[in-house]
Design a protein around this ligand. Structure first.
Ligand code: AMP
Length: 509
C-alpha cells in the first residue's frame, strides 16, 4: 500500500473539494491534484528515477512542496525533506549520504543546492520550482500509483545532528499510516472542508500533518509568506474554517503576544510540540484563544507519536492535578508503549527519572546505512529517545531535560526546565533558557539567559535582583541561577528549538 493512494481516493470521493491552497487561493481541487501529481510522478521517472530512489526537497513552505511530496510517493520514490536553511556543506553531506539523484529546490535555496550539488556526483538534477523544468515534469502522460510494501521507505528524515553528523531516519509507508491512525485516535477528527495551515516547516512536523488531512480529503493551505506570521494567520483564520495548525511552543507564544485581540475564528485545533511548553505560556494561550489546544511529544524516530495531551486534558479545569498534567506531555498514544528505563535498560518504577523508551509500529525502521547507530538506538526492541522523564501512576509523562542538558552542581541534578518554569512565572520575563557552565568547585553552575519584557529593561540590575528573590521563594537555593545574561532573543533553529549549545558557547567567549 502506497500512502499516495489516499490522493486517488480523495479525488474519487471529493473531486471538487479544495486540496491545495496558497493563502486564500485554491490551486488544486482533489480531482485535478491527482491528475497533476500522477503526471509529475511520470515526469520524475523520465529523469531516470525508479522506485526506491531518493529525491531531496529543499524549500521553504510552498505549494510545490506538497505537489512534489505526493508525486515522489506516487512514483514509488522516497522523499528526503531537508531544512531550507542548511549551509551548502551540510546539504552536500545529506545529498551524498542519502544519494539523491534529483533535488527539488525553491528560488531561495537554489544557489545553496547548486553549490552542494557541484561537489556531489550523485546529484544529476537540481530543479527550481519556479522554472520551466519543474512545470515540464507534469507535461507527460500520467502514470498509475506505484504499489509499495508496508516496510518500503517513504520519508528519509535527517536529524538535526546536534550530537554528530545528521542521521537519516527511515520512515516507511506503514510508519506514516500508523502515525495518521494515532492522530485520529488521540488528537482530533478531520472533515473534508477542514484544512491544515502550514506555518511551521513542512520538512518537519507540519509536513507530516499534511497526511491525516490527505487521508480525509481535507485541504493543505500554505501561507503566502511561506512561514510563520501571526497577522497573516489571523487573516487566513477569517477565510478558512476548521483550521489545524502545528506550532512549536515559541510560535504559539508569538501568536499569543501578537497585538490586537483577533479571536482567530477559523482555528479549530492548535497542536503544539517539538519543544518544552511552559505552564505559564499554555495558560496564557488558553486565556486568549480558548480551549483549542492539544500537545504531542514525538521525534523523527517516532513521528509525531510518543505521548499526547488531548484537548480534553487541557479543558479539564478543575482536575486536582491540573498543573502537573499541564506540565506533562500527556500519555502514550493508543498504538504504542512508553517506558522509562535506567542505563541497564531496566524499567523504572513510577516517579523515577530515566530515559524515555518507545515501542510500537510507528517507530522508524532504523537509520539509513548506519547499522551501528540503529542497533544502539533500537536495542532490545525499544526506541531509546535520549529524552529524560518520569511517568506518574496514571501514565502521564513529564519530560525532564535531554541528558546532555542536565546540570550537575555540587553532586545534585538540576533540570533546567524546572528553573525555566519558575522564572517564567515572573512578569518581567518573556523568554528564558537555562544552561550549565563549568565551575571549579561545584562541577557546574546554573546560568540563565533571559529575554526581559520591555518595561523592565530600564532597570536591569533591580530586575535581576527581583528574579533572584523570586527564585528563592519558589525553588531550592542550589537550583537558582548564579548568573544571568540578559539577551534580546534566544538562538533557535528552524523548528523553534532553543539552541542550548550556542548558549553554552556564548559563556566561553
Ligand atoms: P525532532 O526529532 O527534531 O522532532 O526532535 C524531537 C525532540 O524534541 C524530542 O526528542 C524532544 O527532546 C523534543 N520534543 C518534542 N516534543 C516535545 C514536547 N511536547 N515537549 C518537550 N520536548 C519535546
Amino acid at each position: 500500500m502506497n500512502i499516495a493512494q489516499w490522493l486517488v481516493r480523495a479525488a474519487h470521493d471529493h473531486p471538487q473539494a479544495p486540496a491545495l491552497a496558497w493563502g486564500r487561493s485554491v490551486l488544486h481541487h482533489h480531482g485535478n491534484l491527482a491528475r497533476h501529481v500522477s503526471a509529475m510522478g511520470a515526469g520524475l521517472w523520465k529523469l531516470g528515477l525508479s522506485p526506491g530512489d531518493r529525491v531531496g526537497l529543499v524549500m521553504r513552505n510552498h505549494p510545490a512542496y506538497w505537489e512534489s511530496l505526493l508525486a515522489i510517493w506516487y512514483a514509488g520514490l522516497v522523499a528526503v525533506p531537508i531544512h531550507s536553511q542548511l549551509h551548502p556543506r551540510e546539504l552536500a553531506y545529506i545529498f551524498s549520504d542519502a544519494g539523491t539523484p534529483v533535488v527539488i529546490a525553491h528560488p531561495s535555496t537554489l544557489s545553496a543546492c547548486e553549490q552542494a550539488a557541484a561537489v556531489c556526483p550523485e546529484v544529476r538534477h537540481v530543479i527550481d520550482v519556479a522554472s520551466a523544468n519543474y512545470r515540464r515534469l507534469a507535461q507527460v502522460e500520467p502514470m498509475a500509483v506505484v504499489a509499495r510494501e508496508p516496510s518500503d521507505l517513504a520519508w528519509l528524515f535527517y536529524t538535526s545532528g546536534t550530537t554528530g553528523r545528521p542521521k537519516g531516519v527511515m520512515l516507511s509507508h506503514h510508519n506514516l499510516r500508523t502515525m495518521c491512525g494515532h492522530y485520529f485516535a488521540d488528537v482530533d477528527t478531520i472533515a473534508v472542508r477542514d484544512c491544515v495551515v502550514h506555518a511551521a516547516p513542512m520538512s518537519h512536523g507540519s509536513g507530516l500533518y499534511a497526511l491525516p488531512h490527505l487521508a480525509q480529503a481535507a485541504c493543505n493551505v500554505v501561507p503566502e509568506s511561506g512561514g510563520f506570521d501571526a497577522q497573516e494567520l489571523f487573516d487566513l483564520g477569517t477565510h478558512w474554517q476548521g483550521i489545524t495548525l502545528f506550532a512549536a511552543p515559541t510560535m504559539l507564544k508569538r501568536l499569543v503576544e501578537a497585538p490586537g485581540d483577533d479571536p482567530f475564528s477559523g482555528l479549530k485545533t492548535l497542536v503544539y510540540g517539538g519543544g518544552p511548553m511552559y505552564v505559564a505560556d499554555i495558560q496564557a494561550a488558553m486565556s486568549r484563544f480558548g480551549p483549542r489546544f492539544a500537545q504531542i511529544y514525538g521525534q523523527g524516530e517516532s513521528p509525531m507519536s510518543i505521548t499526547v495531551s488531548p484537548k480534553a486534558i487541557h479543558q479539564d479545569l478543575h482536575h486536582p492535578r491540573r498543573a502537573l498534567r499541564l506540565a506533562s506531555v500527556g500519555r502514550a498514544f493508543v498504538g504504542l508503549e512508553v517506558r522509562v528505563m535506567n542505563e541497564q535498560d531496566q524499567q523504572l518504577p513510577v516517579g523515577e527519572i530515566g530515559e524515555v523508551c518507545v515501542r510500537g509500529p510507528v517507530v522508524m525502521q532504523g537509520y539509513w546505512r548506519n547499522p551501528a547507530a540503529s542497533a544502539q538506538t533500537l536495542r532490545n526492541g525499544w526506541l531509546h529517545t535520549g529524552d529524560m522523564g518520569c511517568l506518574d501512576k496514571e501514565g502521564f509523562l513529564t519530560l525532564k531535560d535531554r541528558s546532555k542538558d542536565l546540570i550537575i552542581s555540587g553532586g545534585s541534578n538540576i533540570y533546567p526546565r524546572e528553573v525555566e518554569e519558575v522564572l517564567l512565572l515572573h512578569p518581567d520575563v518573556s523568554e528564558v533558557s537555562v544552561v550549565g557552565h563549568p565551575h571549579p568547585d561545584w562541577g557546574e553552575e546554573v546560568v540563565a539567559f533571559v529575554v526581559l519584557r520591555p518595561q523592565s529593561l530600564t532597570q536591569t540590575a533591580q530586575t535581576l535582583h527581583n528574579l533572584d528573590e523570586h527564585c528563592l521563594q519558589h525553588m531550592a537555593r542550589f537550583k537558582r541561577p548564579k548568573h544571568y545574561r540578559v539577551v534580546s532573543q534566544l538562538p533557535k533553529n528552524e523548528t523553534g528549538k532553543v539552541l542550548k549549545t550556542e548558549l553554552r558557547q556564548l559563556l566561553h567567549v
